[in-house]
Ligand binder design. Sequence first.
Ligand SMILES: [Zn+2]
Length: 751
Amino acid sequence: MRSRYHAGVSTKKTPGMRVKELRDLLERANRAYYVDAAPIMADAEFDKLLAELGQLERDDPDLDDPESPTHRVGGQPIEGFETVEHAAPMLSIDNSYSREDVIEWHGRVLRGLGLDEKAALGGRAGLFGGGAAPNDAMPELVCDAKIDGVAISIRYEDGKLAQAVTRGDGVRGDDVTANIRTIRSLPLRLSGKAGEKIPEVLEVRGEVYMPLSVFGSINRQREADRLELYANPRNSAAGTLKNLDPGEVSRRRLGFAAHGRGEVSDEGFAPSHGGFVEKMKSLGVPVNPLRCRTRLIGEVLRTIDGFAAERHGMEYMTDGMVVRVDSFALQERLGRTSKSPRWVMAYKYPAERKTTRLIRVDAQVGKTGKITPRAVMEPVLLAGTTVRHATLHNYGRVRDAETEQPGVRTAIHLGDLVMVEKAGEVIPYVAGVVLGERPQGCEPVEAPTRCPECGGPVEIEPAEAEATPALETQRRCINPECPAQVREKLIWFAGRRQMDIEGLGEKTVDLIRSEAVGKIPLNSFADIFRLGRYREELLSLDRMGEKKVDNLLEGIEAAKGRGLARVLASLGIRHVGESTAKALAKRFVDIDALLEADEPELRPKAMTKDEARAYGLPEDPAERTSTELGVNTAPVVHAYLHSRPARQMFEDLRAEGVGLRSREFAKAAAGGGEAKAFSNKTVVITGTLETFGRDELKAMLEGMGAKVSGSVSSKTDLVIAGEKAGSKLDKARELNVETWDEARLLKELGR
Ligand SMILES: [Zn+2]
């Protein structure tokens, strides 16, 4: 087999032939390496052949092909991710945490299939597979490891990788195709055995993960660069998938393992989960291997136990075992609840718990003044990472912590042996104290009575939704000028999901606020936009070269145009997050309109009939556009907006040129005529438009009640096609979907 792909250059070959040969060879090598775990060439040789292919494609652009392996190294940075509807919803799986849960689930499956549970099990011997032979009437079960990664649906059309979408809310996710294409183990084109038929549409679901070795080396580099470390491999895989630069994604070397199916156009493609996974593997897709196939639930339990230790030696993080009914026909009969399928269940291993010594407890002040105790401990290896810090949640839990003795609680003391857990979650936490190991003469941890940062007064308030409310309390610094709070607010404001100010991270904020005290003011949001006046002073700071300063100032300039919703969501107003800010921006055209609004106008859904009439809005609450603020929260937001400092802040931001107009505002809020044309319609935007940015138009149409989708299907009501519209327009024509060009769109919008 190998000699067929001998890499030598023959003089008789045309470049086109050589290109094809190289592509085959490189894909073959990828597959051998990632899918079959049997490499056929050294890395250096692979890189050399890849370089040769790249050169041939550059020499003759006609030979280039988006499916070529050279494109895996990542193309141009992308602008953002479109939201796309899944062809079949991506449901979540129910979790269970004990053997009893697993046995109960199995009982429900048997009853659901109309089997007599006891007869089918054949007594205890049947349950644990001791003596009795497995009953043929029992459904076959299959198990595979639950990979702690990011769930993705990958769609192949005519054997080519067409689209990759994150789970999102299960119904709609983000189109991350450009980034998924950089995953070397994933074939861009499926290749079956000769004569094997590949379904026209084949959606495979699986988990994108960051190999633990890659995770370790990235964090070592970040440590060297004095950047904040990533908390765990799942988060960095998720973060990587949302990176706008596919080139960077390619360098992160993500992995993929298939574990399920989405839409498949050929009904007879595979009759069962195990069969589907086998087929995918034979088509070159890396799969999550089955760990057992059995009719006995006892065998499933044994597999779960056996994997408990083995799982730590995997290339990826796993936190459990997925058990499912193998046959698709039986899966269908069992159906689903409103939340999740009945034929599958995930057993989750208990959180790993380690003990270590508590050295001290730091008090950290957050952007709302909340003071959180953080444990500093002797380093301990926990679920694959070294842990030195852990949260203690709040001082209530410090005063009243669990111990190793059931029912006994104690205040945490300095020097205590503490139990640390990380339940597959981001931040490790202190679960309790080993009372029997407490050294003599150590002191309990004291809660601060003054703010540890500014010395200001501290307020104690009951924590929200805690198990023992009498004891769980939060402490908050109530000094609005508290430097720690100002710091946190500035960092939050500049963050990626808020104003997204390139170059203004935690380190830079600290640098300016500590080294340039008195030289460069940075105490308010408006101060950020005044930094341009201090270019010379910024250049004099340690580690701030010309390029870094220019990047920072450009980032600040760019942030001025983010629009009202982003500004509102970035200010750290209580009860106003991303979605509420967007909802407000849909109703109010700019900050002035918002500031003029009375309190009832902020909660239109919760208005009384009289109020609705007074504001000229429909009496039926269902017909009013929501701002997501309720009766309790609207007064808080209203009071904030009308406070003197807030008004001053908006004035200052405006004076510095920060845009406070809404990008989401639509006449729909007032019930304008043109809105009706889009209400409840599923719209796809494709190609380049002259009048609108794509995001802008999407926001506007959504404001008028449209659902904007990323792909054309039979459910699409309307396609808006700009210049250079490609395959989506073709598909729309094929499906007879109504199509508008830009001129028609403008006419419909009354422009
Ligand atoms: Zn303070």
